[in-house]
Design a protein around this ligand. Structure first.
Ligand SMILES: Cc1cc2nc3c(=O)[nH]c(=O)nc-3n(C[C@H](O)[C@H](O)[C@H](O)COP(=O)(O)OP(=O)(O)OC[C@H]3O[C@@H](n4cnc5c(N)ncnc54)[C@H](O)[C@@H]3O)c2cc1C
Length: 385
């Protein structure tokens, strides 16, 4: 056997899976189709939000462990990865009161530090966010910004230093289950054997699953990240203690200036469905129109919520991908017919923050260990009901 476990896909979820496997002494090979660093999947870029404000309790339950692992990785690699600058989540109580109430209930139950801020006091607390009496805010103190590219490189370093074999620029073409204890993995270079495989292929998952006669109901989504200039008199920077922010009702999220000085990242938590992630940059008239409409909406949302941002035009735009599942929840499960093929996908635009715990879950599944979390909410079965 070439490995105990082969991981296919070197985004954040595959890398955390590799991290846990190697830390448990498993012989592990990780394949990434593109040479590192690349911008073709979902995990690139400088920043991601981490927070615990979820209405679904299964996410709130796995986040404390994720946060602990981010800090451990910082210690192990000596890199600053997690900036706990806080997160202000804002809800229009006419539209999203139910979600607000579920979140408060979950935060209380899991003893996660938070403070409720009336909409009339938002601008006093955060200079540069507008007051709105229809809104209420939840400020989480143990939340903030993950330095995404640095997280990826720290994990690559840790994986290799614990004996993992990292093979980027090598695409897996097919997976062939031989029996319960053996899988063949055919790549663009040669064929490898292992006891089990973990497929963390992001939006490309169905290309590879075709080799094991499975197609998942996931949709690749092309997403645009926009960066905007501050107006004179406003400083939305980390140095100025500005937290990450979300206008949940408008589906808008905000990260203070970090990667580009003086530019803040403000985006819609949505994008445009594309048939094939390999050709995501081909612009059809439909895509062009949808993107234009979404940008106009975003400009208007920025004008309302962030008065210190010049919303006339974004200064920088970058492309990324979501892999949406039908209910926007992750898929963590075995292939229905092969218990040594484990699948982790469908992270639907929220899978960076949870990846340390998710990687541990996928590693446990691949090595026959008991998983400490209920997996029904993430199962494939839920789509058959
Ligand atoms: C603009 C944007 C903002 C986001 N903001 C947040 C946020 O604030 N907070 C948060 O928690 N999440 C956020 N997300 C979501 C999060 O980034 C993703 O859920 C997460 O990165 C998914 O990681 P992944 O490893 O599952 O997939 P990917 O990063 O897509 O990795 C899959 C990898 O598999 C490789 N691969 C595929 N097929 C093969 C093959 N056959 N052989 C070898 N390699 C293969 C691909 O090349 C790719 O590198 C955001 C996403 C985007 C796009």
């Amino acid at each position: 056997m070439d490995a105990d476990v082969i991981v296919v896909g070197g985004g954040i979820n595959g890398l955390w899976t590799g991290f846990h496997l190697t830390h448990e002494g498993k012989k592990t090979i990780l394949f990434e189709q593109f040479p590192y660093p690349h911008t073709r999947g979902s995990s690139h870029g400088q920043s991601r939000i981490t927070r615990s404000s979820y209405a679904s309790e299964e996410y709130v339950a796995i986040l404390p462990e994720a946060n602990k692992h981010w800090k451990e990785l910082e210690k192990e690699t000596g890199k600053k990865l997690y900036l706990d600058i806080g997160c202000i989540n804002m809800y229009n109580m006419k539209q999203t009161e139910e979600e607000f109430n579920s979140i408060i209930q979950n935060l209380k139950k899991h003893q996660i530090n938070h403070e409720i801020i009336p909409g009339e006091q938002l601008s006093e607390r955060f200079h540069g966010i507008s007051n709105d009496s229809q809104y209420r805010g939840i400020f989480e103190t143990n939340a903030g910004l993950l330095r995404a590219d640095k997280c990826l490189s720290a994990l690559q370093e840790s994986f290799k230093s614990h004996g993992g074999e990292l093979r980027d620029g090598e695409k897996v073409l097919s997976v062939v289950p031989i029996n319960q204890d053996k899988v063949e993995v055919k790549t663009s270079i040669k064929t490898y054997t292992c006891k089990s495989v973990v497929l963390t292929c992001g939006p490309f998952i169905n290309d590879l699953l075709a080799s094991v006669h499975l197609r998942l109901p996931v949709q690749p989504i092309k997403v645009t990240a926009y960066y905007w200039k501050e107006k004179p008199g406003f400083t939305y920077s980390i140095a100025n203690n500005f937290p990450v922010a979300r206008d949940v009702s408008a589906r808008v999220y905000f990260l203070p200036s970090c990667e580009y000085p003086g530019l803040v990242k403000i985006c819609k938590h949505s994008g445009v469905a594309v048939d094939d992630p390999n050709t995501r940059d081909v612009i059809t008239r439909k895509i062009e129109e949808e993107e234009k409409k979404a940008l106009e909406e975003l400009k208007s949302d920025i004008g309302i919520r962030f008065p210190g941002i010049d919303n006339s035009n974004p200064a920088i735009k970058e492309t990324c991908m979501y892999t949406d599942s039908p209910d926007k929840n992750s898929i963590l499960d075995f292939h229905p017919e092969h218990s040594n093929i484990v699948i982790g996908t469908g992270f639907s635009g929220t899978g960076f923050k949870t990846s340390p715990t998710v990687g541990g879950i996928l590693a446990a599944m691949a090595t026959g260990k008991q998983c400490p979390y209920p997996l029904e909410p993430f199962s494939l079965n839920r789509f058959n009901q």
